[in-house]
Ligand binder design. Structure first.
Ligand code: G
Ligand code: MN
Length: 280
């Protein structure tokens, strides 16, 4: 229902007990509409960001494929602007399907890369999503070992048993799993004993100013030691400066991701190389 019009024909907030809630609802609704239209027209793409080896940052361990959509005006919108609004809806499942589809297609055309794709725990039981995964793994025997599925901690602990079963089934086929945004707020350490993640991605908030922030030094070291104990590859997220990177290298973090080593890009280097090789 639209709000009553004022004298100058602009909508007013009269009759709305909570103007802030009204404004937020309106914004969410337009976000949902934008995502729906983009999905209908398959206006989505992946942006790729490198995760580098800490002791030799010239080596890329893998790339993270981040879903982006194009809005009605042609602008490219990053996931963080729309995922929170649609994550628990059917649209969230469709976004996960599209991200996986795009990621598997990239792995197929570019045999030199390993790629991680984000997935909500809500999608792992989704028949359409599973069908895309099965088809992708069958399309090329090297794809399973080059695919990493990232599940956020908050999402994983909503249904740890389902996540555990799913991981076991696909780890047997060679797929790796990363626990995303570790430490961001829903940590339940007891599940870590039962969930055999291959990679632990430590939330970027603990990386900020790590070279001079004593609190972050203690917190990140504790999170990293948990990863090491469970034999997971540790990744520090959101590394922005050389000073942060130097500190992380000194405490033995395995890999780093962040603007310091490359922002997400929809034009990754391997595409231009392929094109050059093809034309030259
Ligand atoms: O939740 P997940 O870790 O998958 O999301 C990664 C997000 O972090 C992306 O939106 C990406 O653009 C953002 N990001 C990547 N590198 C950096 C960084 O160095 N600093 C900050 N603040 N954000 C980053
Ligand atoms: Mn991620």
């Amino acid at each position: 229902m639209s709000p009553p019009a004022s004298k100058n024909n602009l909508p007013t907030l009269e009759g709305h007990a909570n103007p802030l809630a009204y404004a937020v609802n309106e914004r969410d609704r337009s976000t949902v509409d934008m995502v729906r239209v983009a999905l209908e027209h398959k206006q989505a793409m992946l942006a790729f960001q490198p995760i580098v080896v800490a002791q030799d940052p010239s080596r890329v361990a893998f790339y993270e494929g981040l879903i982006r959509i194009r809005d009605g005006t042609g602008r490219v919108i990053p996931a963080q602007n729309f995922i929170p609004v649609v994550e628990n809806t059917d649209m969230g499942r469709r976004i996960d399907c599209l991200a996986l589809e795009l990621g598997l297609a990239e792995l197929l055309v570019e045999p030199s890369i390993r790629l991680s794709i984000n997935v909500s725990a809500l999608s792992i039981g989704h028949r359409g999503w599973l069908a895309i995964l099965d088809r992708g793994l069958a399309s090329d025997t090297t794809i399973a070992e080059r695919l990493i599925l990232e599940i956020t901690e908050s999402s994983a602990i909503t249904s740890p048993r389902a996540v555990m079963e799913f991981m076991t089934r696909f780890q047997e086929r060679g797929v790796s799993f990363a626990l995303d945004d570790f430490g961001a707020g829903f940590t339940s350490f007891r599940y870590l004993r039962d969930l055999f993640f291959d990679v632990l991605k430590i939330d970027g908030q603990f990386v900020k100013n790590i070279h001079k922030d004593l609190d972050n030094q203690v917190l990140l070291s504790a999170l990293a030691s948990i990863g090491k104990h469970f034999e997971m590859v540790t990744v520090a997220e959101a590394v922005e400066t050389q000073q942060e990177a130097a500190f992380l290298q000194s405490i033995g973090i395995d890999c780093m991701q962040g603007f310091c080593y490359g922002a997400p890009t929809i034009n990754p280097a391997w595409r231009s190389q392929t094109r050059k090789a093809g034309t030259g």
